[in-house]
Structure formats: C-alpha cells, structure tokens
Design a binder for this molecule. Structure first.
Ligand code: HSE
Length: 398
C-alpha cells in the first residue's frame, strides 16, 4: 500500500480523493499496489465527508510521517503552498499539483529540490486541467523540436468571448453571466487580464525550450477586459474568431518568444472552433507537424483526473522514466515583448491601410479595409500608425 496526503481539501483535492477511491481497483491492477489517502491537511473540518477521520490541522503529522510517499498540493497560491511544497520535497515526499502560480514562479527551485531529495514534483494539471499536455510535451514529443505552441488555456475568458459572440452581449454582461454560472471568480482579474494564461504559457514554454526557464513576469500579457462587441463583429467580417491566445515560438536562433494577447484567429486554424469553457493547445513539432490537445481545462473531476494520474506516476517513481528536465533560470532566452515579431491584422473603416502597409496582404471584407502585416513587433506597428486616427490592429493567428 502506498500512503499519500492531500494538502488542501477543496474542489480539486476532494475530487482527487474521489477518483483514487472510486477507481481504486483498476489503479491497483495497473500499478500493483493500493494508493491510500492517509492524511488530509486543511484548516477546516469536514464533518460530512467520508474522509473526516483523516483530516488534520497539524502539518507535522504529514511531513513528519515517514509512511507518506506523495503529497497532493491543491491549496493554490504561492505562499502557504510554497512552504508546504518545500517541506514535503525536503522530506523526500513527492509533490503533485495543479498550482500554476507556484509552478511558474518557483518551478526551477522546486524541481531541483525534488531531484536533490530523490522524489518528483509533477504538475500535469497546472495547464489545461484534464487535458494531457505537459507529459506529452516532454515525453511523447521528446524527439521533436517544439517550434510553436498556441493555446486557449483559460476557460473563463473563452466562455466570456463565446457569450459575447453568440448572445451579442457586452464584456461586462458576459462576465456577470460567467460569475453567476460559477465559471468566473468574484475577482476576475487573474483570468480576464491574462495572468492565468501568462503563467500557463510560461510553464509550456519552459518545457518546450528544454527547461530554459520562462519567467511569467517577463511574458507580456494582455487580457480581454477592453474587448467590445465591435471587435467581435470585426472578427466575423474578417472571417476570423476573436480568441485569447497564449503563444510560444522557438525562434530558431537560440531565442524564444512568449506572450498572451487577444488574436483574430483564422477560421482555418484548428483553434477557431473552440467554444465556451473548453481549452485547446495547438503544438507544432518539426517532425510531428501540428497537433491539438482539446478538452476540459478546469473543474473538479477533469483536474482531479490529471492530478490522480500524476499521483500514480509519482507512486511508480523508479519504475518509469522521469525525464522532466531541470529548469535553468541562470539565463533567459526569452525576448522582450518589444523585440518579438509577429503577425497582425490592421484595419480601418476610413483609412486606406493598404497604402500605409504597401507589402501587406489585403483582406477582402465588407465595410472595412484590412491587411495582414507579417513579422513586425507591436511597437513598430504602433509607431507606423502613430498620428493616423481610425486605425486599429489585433494579433493574427492563421
Ligand atoms: N481560472 C482558470 C480558467 C481555471 O478559467 O481556465 C483553470 O486553471
């Protein structure tokens, strides 16, 4: 029997207990041993839970117990969770988490701490919820150069943008509706300002660059709070969908680019049809070509599915190849946003934008003049149209 502990018995922590318990038989068949939740560390009591007898408020009962091999950190945030994760790993207890804030900010230190103590720090659930994406990137695609990642990695904002489009409502009304349905939090800042997506693309980018650490703070993040129904209508007129895209590119010269911004996504792109709370991550590898990982990016059960998968992986440590590379934060290969060249659609109802961007591809659209401007930084673009009124632009994903 392998004993584990749950740190934080909220929606994901309790969901993980449920998956491990309801599917205990098949898990035992697969790994040859039973996984038993021995302790649940939380400030609260859960008198109605079948696990109530295992709840403790005393961290020493978990980190001082030599029988506990794996801890599931589902506390969230980067303060208590950070301290508990360090305590667990220092004691040789593997840690599994869905905490993208902690992984993206302290990943280099925590992965090293795990290796130094002969245990593992796993975080499949931190990006894309239940969608397998972390392990496929560093294991299944290990023979590829990862050239590009474009992800819809935040369900709240994708839900809001879908509602704005399908119901013709404003950002504010769509946000209220998302809050009422429990998709958006009371404080929507992290989701709607692109911070959640910034953390997630920082994690994916680090893995895609073989552990060369992408600090989320260096990733430009623009959210959706300034988008209007006019932007949605414009996207439609241009044959595109308006999506919040978290983007990574390996520039092929030892540098990389990562940013989060609203994009006009061409209808030809596999991300165009991703609606509502769903997530999708498009990965391009030099030998793979393009593949899309699609599914539920949040919610108790999908996230618990990924967490429980990591628990099983951590329990099998030693019998499987743990090839998650160390994260190196000694130098950054990630470019400043002002130096990142990407593609934009530039549009105007009044100005002849084709004459401003002579070499750009002209788009045919009713009531609007638009061009695709390739390989330009946002700063260069803004400088070029400075002083010309009535011209707007958005990032473009083909
Ligand atoms: N707030 C996140 C989202 C939850 O809306 O996608 C999952 O990370």
């Amino acid at each position: 029997m392998i004993n584990i502990a749950i740190l934080g018995f909220g929606v994901v922590g309790s969901g993980t207990c449920e998956v491990l318990s309801k599917n205990a038989d098949i898990i035992k068949k697969r790994i040859g041993e039973e996984i038993y939740v021995k302790k649940i560390l939380d400030l609260r009591d859960f008198p109605d839970s079948p696990y109530k007898d295992r709840v403790t408020h005393d961290a020493d009962e978990v980190f001082g117990d030599p029988d506990i091999k794996v801890a599931v950190e589902t506390i969230g945030g980067a303060s208590v969770a950070y301290e508990f994760t360090k305590r667990a790993l220092s004691a040789g207890i593997s840690v599994v988490t869905s905490n993208k804030e902690l992984v993206s900010t302290h990943g280099p230190e925590l992965i090293k701490l795990a290796k130094d103590n002969n245990c593992v720090y796993l975080f499949e659930a931190a990006v894309g919820g239940g969608i397998p994406i972390i392990r496929p990137l560093y294991k299944c695609l290990a023979a590829n150069n990862i050239l590009k990642i474009a992800g819809i990695v935040n369900g709240t904002t994708n839900y809001i943008l879908s509602s704005m489009k399908n119901e013709g409502i404003s950002y504010e009304d769509a946000l209220k509706e998302a809050q009422k349905k429990g998709y958006a939090e009371a404080d929507p800042t992290a989701d709607c300002e692109g911070i959640d997506a910034q953390r997630k693309i920082a994690i994916l980018s680090t893995i895609a660059m073989d552990g060369k650490y992408c600090n989320p703070e260096s990733v430009h993040a623009e959210g959706i709070s300034k988008l209007t129904t006019d932007d949605i209508a414009l996207a439609k007129a241009l044959g595109c969908e308006l999506k919040l895209i978290a983007f990574f590119r390996n520039n092929g010269d030892s540098s990389a680019s990562a940013y989060v911004a609203p994009h006009f996504v061409s209808r030809e792109c596999m991300l165009a049809d991703v609606e509502g709370v769903f997530n999708a991550v498009l990965v391009e590898g030099d030998y793979l070509g393009e593949a899309v990982f699609y599914g539920r990016g949040a919610g108790s059960y999908p996230t618990a599915s990924a967490v429980a998968g990591d628990v099983i992986e951590a329990c099998c440590k030693g019998s499987v190849d743990m090839s998650l590379r160390a994260w190196d934060d000694s130098v950054s290969v990630f470019k400043d946003y002002d130096d990142i060249k990407s593609d934009f659609i530039v549009y105007s109802k009044t100005e002849d934008v084709a004459s401003v961007f002579a070499d750009a591809k002209v788009l045919e659209a009713e009531g609007i003049k638009a061009v695709i401007v390739s390989a330009v930084s946002e700063k260069e673009l803004a400088d070029k149209i400075a002083g010309k009124s009535g011209i707007g632009y958005k990032h473009y994903l083909k």
